[in-house]
Design a protein around this ligand. Structure first.
Ligand code: ADP
Length: 302
């Protein structure tokens, strides 16, 4: 069993389905409301655990109903939560994704306890990071915690995978602490404005900042996998999309598991694309993440 440590966010997603976004000053009647457990860190941890990895989660929730529900859910997925602190002073993070009829989404995020995760919280979880095959990080917790975790993993000779999501100010050189950089289309463009929206130039510019592998996910267009001297497009698997929330996290979790199991970056991206395709066929974030047999079925269909 491969071991994955995730340092990242834990949020409660309060999902509103609506025909369109409201205008400023408008009160718009939406179709429906549902609460889902989410947060990019928790989603990526859950994605990896469902695909068979031994996962340790490191993060921070509030000592409140949302936080307790999140912890119970992670444990139910078989994830080690000894690195998750329930903060008595700050509430659990919440996000409000607005999902439109065509499956696209726009999201408000209120990080709360996630931003209180700092270097001390990472030090408490040092052993889990040092013992993992891959450390996965994103940009939804305190940046000092993310950087500290990346440095611990690197010093221990572990692979570091960064999803720079959502895009956030970060110290110079941080991208160079990642072995694998996995932005989506929006994040890749924000990190490399000089590339003028050309994904190949974006990938090359990102490689020049230090990571050995760059994967830009492109929604229903699939993904672009870049290693020094090689750029390869990976097609998306054709599916009926109902909700794009969670696709990126499904891709990241699956990519990490496949890579830790010995796949090449290209094979791992195909596995990730199958997991992403699966996730868009179901509503919610964590709730839409596929099992291994579901991913295998999509891989065989393509
Ligand atoms: P994010 O959720 O971070 O914006 P993407 O939308 O790029 O990430 O989706 C991640 C991956 O999931 C894509 O690279 C693709 O392989 C898969 N995916 C996303 N949307 C679809 C879709 N409509 N049909 C098939 N696969 C999809």
């Amino acid at each position: 069993m491969v071991r994955i440590a995730v340092v990242g966010s834990l949020m409660m997603d309060l999902v509103v389905r609506a025909p369109r976004l409201p205008a400023v000053g408008e009160s718009l009647i939406a179709h429906s409301f549902q609460a889902f457990i989410g947060g990019k860190g928790g989603n990526q941890a859950t994605a990896a655990a469902r695909l068979g990895a031994d996962v340790a989660m490191i993060g921070r929730v509030g000592d409140d109903d949302f936080g307790h529900a999140i912890l119970a859910n992670l444990r139910n997925e078989g994830i080690d939560t000894s690195g998750v602190f329930a903060d008595p002073a700050i509430g659990t993070g919440v996000a409000v994704p607005i999902v439109l009829d065509d499956g696209s989404n726009a999201i408000f995020a209120v990080p709360r306890a996630n931003l209180a995760l700092g270097v001390a919280g990472i030090e408490c979880a040092r052993a889990a990071i040092e013992n993992a095959d891959i450390l996965m990080v994103q940009f939804e917790v305190g940046m000092s915690a993310t950087e500290a975790a990346m440095r611990i993993a690197r010093a221990a000779g572990r692979q570091v995978m960064l999803s720079p999501a959502p895009i956030a100010p970060h110290p110079p050189g941080l991208l160079g602490l990642a072995d694998i950089l996995l932005p989506n289309e929006v994040e890749a463009a924000a990190l490399t404005p000089e590339a003028g929206g050309d994904h190949r130039r974006e990938a090359e510019a990102l490689l020049s900042r230090g990571p050995g592998v760059v994967v830009i996910t492109l929604g229903e267009q699939g993904a672009l996998v870049a290693t020094p001297g090689q750029l390869t497009e990976v097609s998306a698997f054709p599916v009926m999309a109902v909700d794009s929330v969670g696709a990126g996290d499904a891709f990241c979790g699956a990519f990490a598991v496949a890579l830790a199991e010995g796949a090449t970056p290209l094979e791992a991206a195909r596995f990730g694309a199958a997991a992403g395709a699966c996730a868009v066929t179901r509503p919610g974030a964590a709730a839409s993440l596929p099992s291994r047999s579901e991913v295998q079925r999509i891989l065989q269909s393509g």
